[in-house]
Write a protein that binds this ligand. Structure first.
Ligand code: AMP
Ligand code: MG
Length: 497
């Protein structure tokens, strides 16, 4: 920070501001006492066409803390509603976030640049609009880890400390995250208008989404149905990816489902350690509504809410609209099933699909669940079984296969022997699909503790670096790959509110 050379600030071009005023409220971030840099993401900045020198400058620090408005930015909070744990809440909206504006990357893609934890807005209800440091670090780590795994996600461009105290269960230091997303339009953004009977709002938002995210669909005979189909397919594929990495989102409310298909809202989320299909981390998910095995079904429930909101504009014939919506929703299971099996086949190094692949996959998961095997390490162990490249480093005693796995291993080797692909191809495929490093819950908690209690960010930087290269296992990083000891395991996560 404190770069003396003037650097170019981002060029904002905010199309959302051209929408009617009921879509958002102009609101400025609220100044903080003492902005201090925590981290910046220069690699992401480059992808976005943001000058990394600017990102490291004092001007950027002030802008990203909310102390200064960047040139060309007219900050706003977006309006949305949503179903939370199954119940409709008509009044949500950005209660602790400000959209600074949109930027267009050198490759022509448009992104939102949003501050989170930047002070109250007209949608804050009783909230303080702030974010404690812990959830900011958590979101930074988890979102960047997911990006490195190739999962569509919002990204983290920077985090700054506010020098203020945030009151939660106990006082905590405050921070602001700079979040990047293809857009922050949610299923709940549509529900907001639909539930008010504002068909014009629904249509305007649908037109906006089509032109911003899916311009190739505008010329379709039924563009709104095409929009629904596209969102359904993306959501199904996204959740299949979560399942493949043992990721539990934890708060799959419809206000946390983005139309663009990126993962958003890293509140109580976590990667599983030992495989348990019923695993729940979130302290507020008492019924286990969002447990691991429910995620695919909840994904369908969520896109059903979108279908409902779009119903009046899907077809001028309302009976046909219902038929169209139902067909689109039925396709969710097909998209999910195909994506999931493709992901699992990749993880298992299987080539062209064969009858019996699904059964073999399910048999492995059954043993893993029964033996409570570590999800990530068990798959990584399989990579080690087929690894030939000399540069490959095995996880060794980080995972000890129980004898209950041996019959399955033989069947699996038998299945692989019928494939045509080379060992090298298989290795490449499996190595990419099976990370050695995930942002393990107990490690995330440790780095947050170090930052919160001692102001020490070194453990955070170290963990971030490791999860940014998830498939590049090295023995010297073994401690990051290890499953937690029973006394280290973190079983509960909390929303950042
Ligand atoms: P989330 O749990 O992040 O999905 O948030 C649900 C809703 O609560 C959104 O409308 C948020 O903007 C709002 N919210 C969460 N935390 C706060 C806070 N500290 N201050 C104001 N609004 C908040
Ligand atoms: Mg949210």
């Amino acid at each position: 920070m404190n770069t003396p050379t003037p650097a170019a600030s981002p060029q904002f071009d905010t199309t959302f501001a051209s929408l009617p005023e009921r879509f958002y409220s102009y609101a400025k971030p609220v100044r903080v006492a003492n902005a201090a840099p925590i981290i910046q993401n220069p690699a992401l900045a480059k992808e976005l066409g943001i000058d990394p020198q600017w990102l490291a400058s004092d001007e950027a620090l002030q802008v990203l803390a909310g102390n200064q408005t960047a040139m060309g930015s007219a900050p706003m909070a977006q309006a949305y509603a949503g179903h939370q744990f199954g119940s409709f809440n008509p009044q949500l909206g950005d209660g602790r976030a400000h959209l600074l504006g949109e930027i267009v990357s050198p490759s022509g893609e448009r992104f939102d640049l949003q501050l989170k934890g930047s002070g109250p807005t007209p949608y804050s209800r009783r909230g303080d609009g702030r974010s404690p440091l812990g959830p900011v670090l958590r979101e930074y780590l988890l979102s960047e880890a997911m990006a490195a795994l190739g999962v569509p996600t919002t990204r983290s461009l920077a985090a700054v400390a506010t020098g203020e105290t945030v009151m939660r269960q106990s006082p905590a230091p405050g921070a602001v995250l700079t979040r990047i997303a293809p857009s922050h339009i949610r299923v709940g953004s549509f529900e907001n208008f639909a539930m008010q009977g504002d068909e014009d709002g629904v249509k305007t938002l649908a037109d906006y989404c089509l032109s911003r995210h899916f311009p190739h669909l505008i010329k379709q005979p039924q563009p709104y149905l095409a929009l629904l189909n596209e969102v359904i397919e993306r959501q199904a594929k996204l959740i299949a990816q979560w399942q493949g990495f043992g990721f539990i989102h934890g708060v799959m409310n419809t206000d946390n489902v983005l139309i663009c298909g990126a993962t958003v809202d890293y509140g109580p989320c976590a990667f599983m350690d030992e495989f348990n299909p019923d695993k729940v981390f979130s302290s507020i998910d008492r019924q286990g509504r969002y447990r691991y095995n429910q995620q695919p079904g909840i994904g369908q429930w969520n896109v059903t809410r979108l279908a409902q909101a779009l119903l009046p504009i899907l077809n001028t014939n309302s009976d046909q609209a219902l038929v169209d919506a139902q067909q689109a929703l039925d396709d969710y299971a097909k998209h999910y099933g195909m994506a999931y099996q493709r992901i699992m086949s990749n993880k298992l190094g299987m080539g062209e699909p064969q009858p019996g692949d699904q059964v073999l996959t399910q048999q492995l998961l059954a043993v893993m669940a029964e033996q409570q095997l570590d999800f990530t390490l068990c798959f990584r162990y399989l990579v080690d079984q087929i690894a030939t490249p000399t540069q490959h480093q095995a996880i060794g005693d980080a995972f000890i296969a129980p004898h209950e796995l041996s019959v399955w291993l033989q069947q699996w080797q038998q299945r692989l022997s019928t494939d045509l692909q080379t060992k090298e191809q298989r290795y490449e495929q499996m190595n990419r699909a099976n990370p050695a490093f995930i942002a393990r819950n107990h490690q995330v908690e440790l780095v947050i503790r170090a930052a919160e209690d001692m102001g020490d960010y070194q453990p955070f930087y170290a963990l971030l670096k490791v999860v940014q290269s998830p498939c590049n296992y090295q023995k010297k990083l073994k401690s990051f790959a290890l499953a937690p000891m029973p006394q280290e395991a973190v079983q509960h996560t909390f929303c950042g509110t």
